[in-house]
Design a protein. Structure first.
Length: 558
């Protein structure tokens, strides 16, 4: 990282003298810059490092070898957690108490011998303080028996029961867009109101904590949603482009949106954690770290989640904390309410996040498969061909062919996950999602009911258009019973209408005629019931009463 002279120049004169004393070097000057230069030349001499390590305990050799094995640099917290702290000692105390002669750890033994130094640097994951070996230090051969780098977890046998989401998240994204198309969601404080969230939750095929919130965040990232007059509405052109894009593109769009999202903070959604305020973490850094580890695993092999987190803790426990600081995020254990702070809480925070990323978003996105059924907490996982392709920047070996819709004699339409999403989106306009247990990979069921047909008619969809769509989407396999039932409903379904509102009655036909001739009042009146009565829709009542008062009419509400 840096040269010996540059590294020594950061030390005060007292520290330079301490190094010289331990290395049996005589100083002929008290000028700090000159001392640093002379020390650098002496420490770089061939054999000088080996000589400095002679007689040191085994743990000092192990610490130096570990730093060399890590590429000559390691974040301070990671190194000192294993090899001991480096106590802060000022020049006065150092000269007065000769702390360098009694090091309290292997780290301090290397520090006071001038074998390691520290500096801030950004090596790709943010600025952090590192301990490092200067580039021009003469290095002896590595001792045999030096600790190897942590080995990859060993694969385990495939479990008897597995779960894979395939494109279930894309299916639910389609359902969410359909629900928002049918009824935009009101906003409260800039976010979707709670009652609207409950309605949108009911539109999803799979109900899991955090799933709806993730979908809303990803839809926002993709530009599928916008705000309009205090409501969250869909951008129809952006949504249509995604729905028409094809299975792999649809899944990849969601994965890339998640991987690059700063709006979605996975740490806030770990079930076992509660945050007081906004944590100070970087969600992109955490995802990049965990995905980097997953990319080293054998595609298709099964691994234990516990082994994965143990491997991460050994290899790079600071994967989401570039500064190695384990305090200040104000996280609580969801069960006990106690604060989780310090490195001792790693498994409860950093380990829990890694497990959540695998068993939550990565499973939902179709990147991993899990062991066990939906009611069991997963203990193992494997990368799917889709997950491997995303991490490798390639394409999966095979994709399912599009599957047509199927209409049953019971007016239930089955939509396989591989059915075109645009067909599913259109299907949602005139059907009701059949609620009940749903397993990813199975077809969703959508009922054609009188109520769903009535809503479709109100939005301008004719039965003939529904029949034409079903005929195309099923390849002309609509049961005759269903076709006949739709035809009957088209003929008689709208014969009865109930209007919410009131009836305007006047004493003479001339009065009603005058009101209907008034340009301000005429648009507020509905159908004529008689020469002296007309329908007034409920939403027109306030405007009509105000207009009548302005024209001098006395209106009596009974």
């Amino acid at each position: 990282m840096r040269s010996l002279e540059a590294s020594l120049s950061d030390h005060p004169l007292a520290m330079l003298r301490a190094i010289a004393e331990l290395r049996d070097l005589q100083l002929a000057t008290n000028v700090r810059a000159d001392v640093a230069r002379l020390l650098a030349a002496a420490l770089a001499e061939p054999g000088a490092t080996a000589q400095a390590l002679e007689g040191c305990p085994a743990e000092v050799h192990a610490a130096f070898d570990a730093l060399r094995a890590a590429g000559g640099h390691m974040k301070v917290p990671l190194f000192t957690r294993v090899h001991g702290e480096l106590r802060p000692v000022g020049p006065g105390r150092l000269a007065r108490e000769a702390v360098h002669t009694q090091p309290g750890s292997a780290t301090e033994a290397l520090w006071y011998r001038g074998l390691i130094y520290r500096a801030f640097a950004d090596l790709g994951d943010g600025s952090a303080e590192y301990l490092y070996i200067p580039d021009d230090l003469d290095l002896p051969a590595l001792r045999t028996g030096s600790p190897p780098a942590p080995a990859l977890p060993a694969p385990r046998p495939a479990p008897p029961i597995t779960a894979q989401a395939f494109n279930a998240l894309a299916v639910d994204a389609c359902h969410l867009m359909g629900a928002l198309r049918a009824e935009p969601a009101p906003l409260s404080g800039g976010e979707v109101a709670q009652d609207a969230l409950e309605r949108l939750e009911g539109a999803l095929a799979i109900h899991e904590p955090g799933r709806l919130q993730l979908l809303l965040a990803l839809a926002g990232e993709k530009g599928w949603l916008r705000s309009d007059r205090g409501r969250r509405v869909i951008d129809r052109s952006a949504v249509a482009a995604w729905l028409k894009s094809g299975l792999w593109s649809q899944m990849t769009a969601l994965f890339e949106a998640w991987r690059g999202s700063r709006a979605w903070n996975d740490l806030r959604h770990v079930p076992s954690l509660r945050a007081d305020g906004e944590p100070g973490n970087d969600p992109l850094l955490a995802r990049r770290g965990v995905l980097g580890f997953l990319g080293l695993l054998e595609p298709g092999a099964w691994y234990g989640l516990a082994e994965l987190t143990g491997w991460i803790r050994q290899s790079d426990p600071d994967y989401q904390r570039p500064d190695g600081n384990y305090s200040g995020w104000y996280l609580r254990d969801a069960g006990s309410g106690r604060y989780l702070s310090g490195y001792e809480a790693w498994d409860a925070v950093d380990g829990a996040l890694a497990r959540y990323l695998v068993a939550g978003p990565l499973y939902w996105l179709g990147a991993v498969a899990l062991d066990g059924g939906p009611e069991r907490t997963p203990a193992s996982f494997r990368l799917t061909p889709y997950g491997h392709a995303w991490l490798a920047g390639s394409y999966p070996p095979a994709l399912p062919r599009p599957v047509q819709l199927q209409v049953g004699e019971d007016f239930v339409v089955s939509a396989h996950p591989a059915a075109p999403l645009m067909d599913r989106f259109r299907l949602l306009r005139f059907t009701e999602l059949a609620q009940g247990p749903y397993l990813p990979g199975r077809a969703t069921r959508h009922r054609i009911t009188r109520g769903s047909l009535a809503r479709a008619r109100e939005s301008g969809i004719e039965v003939r258009a529904i029949m034409a769509f079903l005929d195309r989407a099923t390849r002309s396999k609509v049961p005759s019973r269903v076709a006949a039932g739709l035809a009957r409903w088209e003929q008689h379904g709208g014969a009865v209408r109930l209007l919410r509102g009131a009836v305007l009655r006047v004493e003479s036909a001339a009065t009603l005629a005058a009101l209907r001739a008034d340009p301000a009042i005429a648009p507020l009146l509905g159908e004529m019931l008689s020469a002296q009565a007309a329908v007034v829709r409920e939403e027109q009542m306030p405007a009509l009463l105000a207009a009548l008062r302005e024209l001098g009419y006395t209106a009596k509400i009974e």
